[in-house]
Design a protein around this ligand. Structure first.
Ligand code: ADP
Ligand code: MG
Length: 376
């Protein structure tokens, strides 16, 4: 079912033709910029996630692709054609809105069939199409219900079926799972991936939820204040964030401000005044002496020990607090400098001796390439 071979990762192929392109797209509302000079290529069959905080420009970018907004400058391309001035109904794109209001007086069947009827599709074809869609979203047998007789998750799936009814080449989904609670959300995320894969369509999903983006996406575009600040596969965004903003937005991370120094033997080293410690930079590190930058290390990349450890990167401190989160625990450790860091440990064994280590001295180590250095 899932195909993750290299041949599907068209973005890695410099000769591949993008299906959707934003070229230097900016949008300003009454002099206030909402989207700033976005360049983005999305490929066929991608499940692309736009991720960013509230007000970062995600919806505006999507609306410009759907044709509900016109860029202030730049152009939007679909399938090799400049569609910047095309009205929404001429674009091979459908959008499922943030508030996916169904028609309350209509049955599930009529909600899904609505656009097809308006287009004058013959009745038997409509019936066939709607039944196929009901099967796809696992609602066969619900055709005659009214929206009020459905759960939140079921309503969301009807809205998805309705958005898919006209078989758009691209489906835009703006916070599609925002109204669902956590468990239902996770189930529906997997459903969405299955549906997208089985239809071989291009989905662009807007979310402010980083876990959702990590679960769904072939690639993630991170937005911050109108800028598209990083576009990469989920694991690359997580392991190699391009800035402090991305590092901090996606998952938990410890950030130490450092300057570049030199060891007695002439190797590059880092010194962080805020943690009062020297750090060993990653193997491929290169930067001018005295430059200020940030060392970033994820909590799960660090190891905790009660015994002193001899390693390149060692910090020491007192356990301030432990949060038990079921599958793992987070340890807040106060370093001697007063700087507080987070270290996480998987809860592999049920009787975990470490769980009683409040107010104890611990040593924290990690491998040379477990952290990354960020310059912005
Ligand atoms: P997001 O979807 O990431 O939360 P939006 O794209 O909705 O962000 O908004 C980006 C910025 O543009 C925000 O500052 C928002 O207030 C502003 N904005 C969005 N739509 C309009 C509009 N129709 N008129 C004026 N400002 C708008
Ligand atoms: Mg929005």
């Amino acid at each position: 079912m899932t195909s993750t071979g290299l041949q599907d990762k068209r973005w890695l192929d410099p000769d591949a033709t993008p299906f959707i392109e934003f070229r230097n797209v900016s949008k300003t509302y009454q002099g206030v910029p909402a989207v700033k000079d976005v360049n983005l290529s999305i490929y066929q069959n991608e499940l692309f996630c736009l991720l960013g905080g509230s007000g970062s420009g995600k919806t505006t970018l999507l609306r410009m692709l759907a044709g509900f907004e016109t860029p202030t400058s730049g152009s939007v391309w679909i399938d090799g054609v400049d569609v910047t001035d095309w009205p929404p109904y001429e674009r091979p794109v459908n959008m499922m809105f943030q508030s996916y209001a169904l028609f309350p007086h209509m049955t599930v069947y009529d909600n899904i069939a609505y656009g097809l009827k308006r287009d004058g599709m013959p009745k038997p074809e409509i019936r066939e199409r709607v039944e196929e869609l009901l099967g796809l979203v696992r609602l066969s047998g619900f055709a005659n219900r009214k929206p009020e007789q459905l759960s939140g998750g079921q309503r969301q799936r009807v809205a998805l079926a309705r958005a898919l009814a006209k078989r758009p080449k691209v489906l835009l989904l703006d916070e599609p799972l925002g109204a669902l609670d956590k468990n239902l959300r996770e189930d529906t995320q997997l459903e969405l991936i299955k549906i997208q894969e089985s239809l071989g369509m291009t989905f662009i999903v807007v979310t402010h939820d980083q876990e959702e983006a990590m679960t769904l996406a072939t690639r993630i575009g991170v937005m911050d204040e109108g800028y598209l600040v990083q576009t990469d596969e989920p694991h690359t965004i997580y392991e190699y964030p391009s800035s402090k903003y991305v590092a901090d937005f996606i998952g938990d991370i410890n950030l130490f401000e450092c300057v570049v120094t030199e060891t007695e033997s002439g190797d590059l080293s880092l010194y962080s005044a805020e943690i009062e410690a020297g750090l060993c930079p990653p193997t491929s590190f290169a930067a001018p002496l005295n430059q200020t930058l940030w060392y970033a290390i994820r909590p799960e990349k660090m190891r905790l020990s009660r015994e002193p450890v001899d390693a390149d990167n060692v910090l020491s401190g007192i356990v301030h607090e432990i949060a038990y989160l079921g599958d793992f625990s987070v340890y807040w450790v106060d370093l001697d400098s007063g700087f507080r860091i987070r270290v996480s440990r998987p809860n592999i064994s049920r009787l975990d001796h470490f769980a009683e280590s409040w107010d104890e001295r611990v040593y924290i180590t990690w491998g040379q390439d477990a952290g990354v250095v960020l310059t912005q």
